[in-house]
Design a protein around this ligand. Structure first.
Ligand code: ADP
Length: 223
């Protein structure tokens, strides 16, 4: 446990160091003066982007912290209409990426036992990842009832997850392509948080190969 903790802290510190170094470097140059307007605009937008990365990382760390040892969330579940949550998340994703192609096929009557806030975060994250890492391919969100459970699937037609990495992508700070994922604003915490949130409401999550693409499946108790 101590080793896990040390590892986590060192990863978090490492993730923070890069944007902080970049911000202080560019700010120092700007303070030195003698930078033309165009260059200073460029430096300021880099500073702004890196501040955004730090804010996103801190938000992720706070969510992780609030999930730690919270198995009792299961006790506060209530029926949540899946179509509504998926519709909201798809609209948000289209707002960020207007050319995203997101197909939603979720029956109206389908509800799961969850917390609205938790489910919003889970579904948003998976759709955002499908858009981000699916390289602008078609994203399909579907759901079906399987006995007493509901399976929600978010699939894209991008590069998918390589063999052997299916479990690792749910680990904290794990990224398939660190450089590329960091460019897209990722901290590598997204799926770790999604997994904790799903387990906190009594569900499970896994990824399948979709020939081509990745299909993330979330299984929750039906309401
Ligand atoms: P981040 O927060 O950096 O976006 P995540 O924890 O959400 O990271 O995902 C971990 C890694 O899994 C990402 O760096 C990415 O490489 C990979 N990944 C996640 N979703 C997909 C997907 N739909 N297709 C391909 N790779 C994916």
């Amino acid at each position: 446990l101590e080793a896990v903790r040390r590892d986590f802290l060192s990863n978090a510190a490492h993730e923070l160091r890069t944007p902080v170094t970049s911000i202080s470097g560019y700010a120092e140059t700007l303070l030195g003066g003698s930078v033309d307007a165009e260059t200073s605009h460029e430096f300021l937008s880099t500073i702004h982007r890196n501040a955004g990365r730090i804010a996103a990382l801190v938000a992720d760390l706070l969510v992780l912290d609030s999930l730690e040892g919270r198995a009792e969330v299961v006790g506060t579940r209530a029926p949540v209409a899946l179509a509504e949550v998926v519709g909201d998340a798809a609209r948000t994703a289209r707002g960020v990426t207007p050319d995203a192609r997101i197909d939603v096929d979720v029956a109206d009557g389908l509800s799961v036992l969850a917390t609205r806030e938790g489910l919003d975060h889970i579904v948003q994250n998976l759709i955002d990842n499908a858009v981000k890492y699916g390289n602008n391919t078609q994203v399909t969100v579907s759901a079906e009832r399987v006995a007493e459970r509901v399976r929600l699937a978010v699939a894209d037609r991008g590069p998918g997850i390589p063999d052997g990495q299916e479990d690792r992508i749910f680990e904290r700070f794990y990224r398939l392509d660190a450089g590329r994922s960091r460019d897209r604003g990722g901290s590598g915490l997204g799926l770790a948080i999604v997994k904790s949130q799903i387990e906190a409401i009594g569900g499970r999550v896994w990824v399948e190969h979709a020939a081509p693409g990745a299909r993330f499946v979330v299984e929750l108790d039906a309401a």
